[in-house]
Design a protein. Structure first.
Length: 277
């Protein structure tokens, strides 16, 4: 894990920070957009991702445009040791304790389960599930102690479906995220804590994720800017499961009432069509 502080131009003009936010998977897409919107609100940001050059470019952009303090941490969260180092670093932030944690790091892949790259599947589980679980578990006592703050776990509408033929591992990881978030939210409620946890469950979003997963969506995607703006607004209202797109939200609700085999058939046809394009 490598840490780099970005210098703020004209530092004398910097206003006191609104708080501190940490975003994993911050080098592009939804993660980078969370960083931009939170920086625009005056938050100091800690950006975490594997691609150092892109992180530094984003950090310099935020420091220049919004005059906020920005730290860039290069880390591979598929490595539990690096997750441990990140948590230790976040807990060491005493002067400005963490207010917002965005667990965004993750990726997907499409294809038949029996033909999938098993090393890629296991790496996906390490990033999408183990890293998110570990960081949330280790940081939650901090939020409970402060009785304040938000943990936003970035899931997917996939996590609201009964399964995902041709993206089986990805759908399973996102179901885990939704289930974990719901359970933590109920525990916080029973504690009477003002700390909050949320799961962002978007449908198609126009980001690099689609290229990494090698998929093309039949539904029109929304922008990362629209997705994140909606999420921040809904999180401020205390919403636990946040689905930004109205059509996707309707599909997720309908999936609860339609027989399981029909939903799985629809998902299978949709995902298989991505392979055949």
């Amino acid at each position: 894990m490598n840490t780099q502080m970005i210098n703020i131009p004209n530092k004398k003009s910097v206003s006191p920070a609104s708080g501190l936010a940490c975003i994993t998977g911050a080098s592009s897409g939804i993660g980078a957009e969370f960083a931009r919107q939170l920086a625009a609100e005056g938050y100091s940001v800690i950006l975490v991702a594997r691609r150092e050059e892109r992180l530094v470019d984003l950090g310099q952009e935020l420091a220049s445009d919004y005059h906020v303090e920005c730290e860039c941490i290069t880390a591979d969260l598929s490595d539990l040791n690096e997750c441990t180092e990140l948590v230790a670093y976040l807990k060491s932030k005493r002067e400005i304790p963490l207010d917002i944690l965005i667990n965004n790091a993750g990726f997907g892949a499409v294809g038949r389960f029996d033909q999938s790259d098993i090393s890629k599947d296991l790496n996906m589980i390490d990033v999408n599930v183990r890293a998110l679980h570990y960081i949330a578990r280790q940081m939650l006592p901090h939020f409970i102690e402060r009785d304040h703050g938000h943990i936003i776990n970035v899931g997917s509408v996939a996590g609201l479906m009964p399964g995902g033929p041709y993206m089986a591992t990805y759908y399973a990881t996102k179901s885990y995220v939704v289930s974990l978030t719901n359970a933590i939210a109920e525990e916080l409620k029973r504690l009477g804590s003002h700390a909050q946890v949320h799961a962002l469950c978007p449908g198609p979003v126009n980001t690099e994720f689609n290229d990494v997963a090698n998929v093309k969506f039949s539904l029109k995607g929304i922008s990362a800017k629209e997705c994140v703006s909606y999420c921040i607004d809904e999180a401020d209202k205390g919403k636990i499961i946040i689905v930004p797109n109205k059509m996707v939200k309707l599909a997720a609700v309908a999936a609860k009432f339609v027989p399981r085999e029909i939903v799985l058939g629809i998902v299978a046809r949709s995902q298989k069509s991505k392979i055949e394009r």
